[in-house]
Design a binder for this molecule. Structure first.
Ligand code: GN1
Ligand code: MG
Length: 368
């Protein structure tokens, strides 16, 4: 811990953060990077920052990640300012070093970034509050809306094939074949369940390949915890965690958000009888999301949204299962079988969505 604290202090020094260092705390909600909230004392008050160590096993070109993030956040900032508003609390603001870099690499090769914590903001892993869910829909919808005219081809592909569901299924097949952690035999039913979902899960990606669904600038990691809300009013402030901003489908952003925002449970719920999609939550998210997209969606995109929820739930679950079979190399876990619990929960959730797909389509139609 002491070494960690020294690293955090060194990172802040290189980013030129002024004032007296006070303390740091661990923020444990993400599965990939290591995140810390750091306090400095300056001008008679505490100033807080988010300092993150990027996971370079997952993000093998972290400089490209920061290039995407810096250009996209600057683009959004300029758009907000052009309307005469301040962008201070509605888009992340990353610190730069003296050399103008958005990152610091320490002697042990660890890769760090830093941004100011947005004042009076809160986030949630899960919520039952429909107003908050609708606000999270607005946050991701407006993110897409701001970037609708951003040149997609200019973005770096930071994780190739990120939402290529066909490839995710290949990776699962490989993990089963290699059986690196000797876990295959205990999860035969779960594997069979995911096989059954393959056809429907891969549909949006195949529609992208056929050119039916257009590639746009998307967030690609739209879980509820990646939205900041105003602590007082509950209104959305900004979409955060922009590591995976890349070309993608609107159906992926909508679907990945629904996977979390419209679920009755946490990602790793073990009591599968509790796992379902809550159509009231689904409707609240859809209303917020669509309200910010203006007329940008094509007919094919509108029709793909509900399907995207099934696809992203199955894909994410297949990734958890793959990681379980590989011996938990990718997603951070807090107890031994967590990736398996996540995979089972997602299988149940995806099946429930399939049984309600017609109603989900109707709800989209109502708001589009
Ligand atoms: C990871 O880092 P975090 O927790 O926001 C993952 C997402 C998954 C999500 C599942 C780069 O997101 O793709 O949907 O876990 N991010 C990456 O909770 O793989
Ligand atoms: Mg993320």
């Amino acid at each position: 811990m002491e070494n960690l604290e020294n690293q955090i202090k060194e990172v802040c020094k290189r980013f030129g953060i002024e004032g007296e260092y006070r303390s740091f705390e661990v923020i444990d909600s993400g599965h990939i990077n290591s995140t810390y909230k750091v306090y400095f004392f300056r001008d008679n008050e505490l100033k807080d920052y988010i300092v993150q160590r990027l996971n370079t096993y997952v993000f093998q070109n972290p400089i490209a990640v920061m290039e995407n993030i810096s250009t996209v956040t600057e683009y959004i900032r300029a758009k907000i300012k052009a309307t005469g508003r301040t962008a201070k609390r509605n888009v992340l603001h990353y610190a730069k070093t003296d050399e103008g870099k958005y990152y610091v690499i320490l002697d042990d090769k660890s890769f760090w970034r830093c941004c100011r914590y947005i004042d009076d903001s809160v986030s949630f892993t899960q919520t039952d509050d429909l107003k908050t869910i609708e606000e999270s829909g607005k946050a991701f919808g407006s993110f897409l809306g701001y970037l609708t005219d951003y040149p997609v081809q200019d973005l770096h592909i930071v994780i190739p094939h990120f939402h290529n569901t066909v490839m995710r299924y290949h990776a699962l097949k490989d993990a089963i074949a290699v059986n690196a952690a000797w876990r295959k035999d205990e999860v035969k039913d779960v594997i069979a369940g995911y096989e059954e979902l393959k056809e429907i899960a891969t549909k949006p990606y195949l529609l992208q390949c056929e050119g039916v669904l257009p590639l746009r600038v998307t967030h690609n990691d739209t879980k509820t915890s990646n939205v900041l809300f105003d602590a007082k009013t509950g209104e959305y402030l900004a979409a955060i965690d922009l590591d995976t901003v890349m070309p993608g489908l609107v159906a992926f952003d909508f679907g990945d958000a629904i996977r979390v925002a419209a679920s009755t449970v946490d990602e790793d719920e073990k009591d599968l009888s509790k796992v379902a999609i809550d159509l009231k939550k689904y409707e609240a998210f859809t209303r917020g999301f669509v309200s910010k997209l203006g007329g940008m969606l094509t007919e094919a995109e509108k029709q793909s949204l509900a399907l995207g929820a099934v696809a992203m739930t199955a894909e994410c679950g297949a990734r958890f299962l793959t990681d379980y079979l590989n011996g938990d190399k990718y997603f951070r876990i807090h107890y031994p079988d967590q990736n398996l619990a996540r995979a089972k929960c997602h299988l149940t959730l995806a099946r429930d969505m399939i049984s309600k797909l017609d109603q989900m389509q109707e709800i989209v139609k109502k708001y589009c």
